[in-house]
Design a protein around this ligand. Structure first.
Ligand code: NAP
Length: 245
């Protein structure tokens, strides 16, 4: 087995998760990549292998507890240790509360919130035996400050913050750190879809007067996954260009 450290990244088929996987591969981590879609994952795995590390794919639906238990067993068998877990997979089903269906509420909570329980429960069991590990959860500014039209999403991302702080307290003495990042408006297909008027209204609120990039999110995750953040735990790092000052 390789002497490199091993990182698990969920939702790594595209977007922020794919960029985090690539950045951690550049940092020298072998990567265990999860997503719903195996084809997209293969693309990410190939790009990571080109950085000289080992990369394998473990597709599953992270909202399903049994599926997560199964892939964590496979990842442990394949890589030996789990040194970093990045819980990045997430979805939106936006709409005003008055018109939000129960189905869209439950789905967003399952994918964005229960997935954190599912993956942390099994990965942290491995980390506890190692007496080391780093968990990085992807929350959102919507979880910190709320957002009209995102009742379900904000609830799920606020829960991620509570889970991060609780787990940091539970695992601190075992050498495991647990932190979260809270991205603001990041340049992705999601933000590309906004109207010019919406974009301008958002930019007016951002101190730096621009959107963030996926590379800028991956850079903060890289810091939290690396040795320089050894004494940082239970923290929520906002990556928003000064959206909420
Ligand atoms: P994205 O482009 O939609 O990527 C999300 C990835 O997660 C996709 O590859 C998706 O797979 C995967 N995924 C969805 N449901 C899953 C499930 N049940 N099991 C496993 N994988 C699943 O989104 P993104 O913009 O990169 O966002 C990544 C994270 O950052 C999310 O947690 C999001 O809430 C958070 N965030 C994003 C922004 C932003 O501005 N983009 C801001 C704040 C926070 P498929 O492609 O197969 O659906």
């Amino acid at each position: 087995m390789s002497s490199r450290k091993n990182a698990v990244i969920t939702g790594a088929g595209r977007g922020i998760g794919a960029k985090i996987a690539l950045r951690l591969a550049e940092d020298g981590f072998n990567v265990a990549l999860n997503d719903l879609n195996a084809d997209a994952l293969e693309e990410t795995a190939k790009a990571c292998r080109e950085k000289g590390v080992e990369a394998d794919i473990f597709p599953c639906d992270v909202s399903k507890h049994d599926e997560c238990e199964e892939i964590v067993k496979k990842i442990k068998a394949r890589f030996g240790t789990i040194d970093v877990l990045v819980n990045n997979a997430g979805i939106t089903r936006d709409g005003l509360l008055a018109r939000m269906s129960e189905e869209n509420y439950d789905l967003v909570i399952a994918v964005n919130q229960k997935s954190i329980f599912n993956m942390m429960k099994h990965c942290c069991a491995v980390m506890m035996k190692q007496r080391s590990g780093k968990v990085i959860n992807v929350s959102s500014v919507a979880g910190l400050h709320g957002n009209a039209g995102q009742f379900n999403y904000s609830a799920s991302k606020a829960a991620v913050i509570g889970m991060t702080k609780s787990a940091a307290k539970e695992f601190g003495s075992r050498g495991i750190t647990v932190n979260a990042v809270a991205p603001g408006f990041i340049q992705t297909p999601m933000t590309d879809a906004l109207t010019e008027e919406q974009k301008q209204a958002i930019l007016n609120l951002i101190a730096m007067k621009r959107y963030g990039t996926v590379e800028e999110v991956a850079g903060v995750v890289s810091f939290l996954a690396g040795d320089d953040s050894a004494y940082v735990t239970g923290q929520i790092i906002e990556i928003s260009g000064g959206l909420s000052m």
